[in-house]
Write a protein that binds this ligand. Structure first.
Ligand SMILES: C[S@@+](CC[C@H](N)C(=O)[O-])C[C@H]1O[C@@H](n2cnc3c(N)ncnc32)[C@H](O)[C@@H]1O
Length: 226
């Protein structure tokens, strides 16, 4: 396993109690700003039986559950799910489960929708297809897939890359300790190259004013078995 994958897991474990606040997700203004992205995710996943990976404290899960049929929200870290459990979520639709996005074999059931927010950017480029193949295995033919990530602000670009070309950032936890994480930002061309193995039609929507990108496609299992 990449050492940095373990370091990122530990980082988000420790960040869980302050995650929402650190993202501004506890602010109504932030929710208002994100409204176009929230709306897009809700529309894309409407009526779907959804698998979410890297759900964190379920900020996005909560909105998507307004239109989805059901959501199995998963995260590697129990600490993030613990934060979610304290929220007044739509528990008739949402189930929480600990799961490693790189090994979803123990996750029960099949889904016709899947999404992740601020997850794909953390996947080392050498693990991208590994991850996607395992992720898609949980999906029925023609399932809707949505990845939402951040666009870089000026301060996000560090100029640091690991030997595999992953963009590296340094983050600081509330106790002052510093952690290295992977945060990749892709061009439309790179996104098309990654996902065109899995679908003929990839939609890329950028929301530069709120630093967000949403990539979506219908996973075509027939043309993509590798
Ligand atoms: C940037 S946070 C995003 C959380 C949430 N999606 C959101 O946007 O509010 C990344 C999440 O991925 C989780 N994570 C890290 N490594 C993981 C792995 N191998 N499998 C599943 N989740 C993982 C972390 O615990 C963290 O909750």
């Amino acid at each position: 396993m990449h050492k940095i994958i373990g370091e990122m897991q530990a980082y988000y474990d420790r960040r869980a109690p302050v995650f929402d606040a650190s993202m501004g997700y506890d602010s109504i203004q932030m929710v208002e700003q994100l409204a176009p992205v929230i709306k897009l995710l809700k529309t894309k996943l409407e009526h779907k039986r959804v698998l979410e990976v890297g759900c964190g404290p379920c900020f996005w899960t909560s909105f998507v559950s307004e239109t989805a049929r059901t959501i199995l929200a998963t995260d590697f870290n129990e600490s993030t799910l613990e934060q979610a459990r304290q929220k007044n979520l739509n528990w008739e639709k949402i189930r929480l489960e600990v799961a490693d996005a790189y090994d979803l074999s123990s996750v029960p059931g099949k889904f016709d929708g899947a999404f992740a927010v601020d997850w794909f950017a953390h996947v080392p480029q050498s693990r991208v297809h590994d991850f996607l193949v395992g992720f898609h295995k949980k999906l029925e033919h023609n399932s809707r897939v949505v990845f939402c990530d951040q666009l870089p602000a000026a301060h996000s670009l560090t100029g640091m890359f690991d030997k595999d070309g992953n963009h590296i950032q340094e983050r600081t936890l509330p106790d002052g300790s510093r952690v290295r994480i992977i945060k990749n930002y892709f061009t439309d061309q790179e996104i098309t190259t990654i996902f065109s193995r899995y679908s003929n039609e990839i939609e890329i929507r950028r929301f530069p004013e709120i630093y967000r990108i949403v990539v979506s496609y219908d996973y075509d299992s027939i043309s993509t078995e590798t």
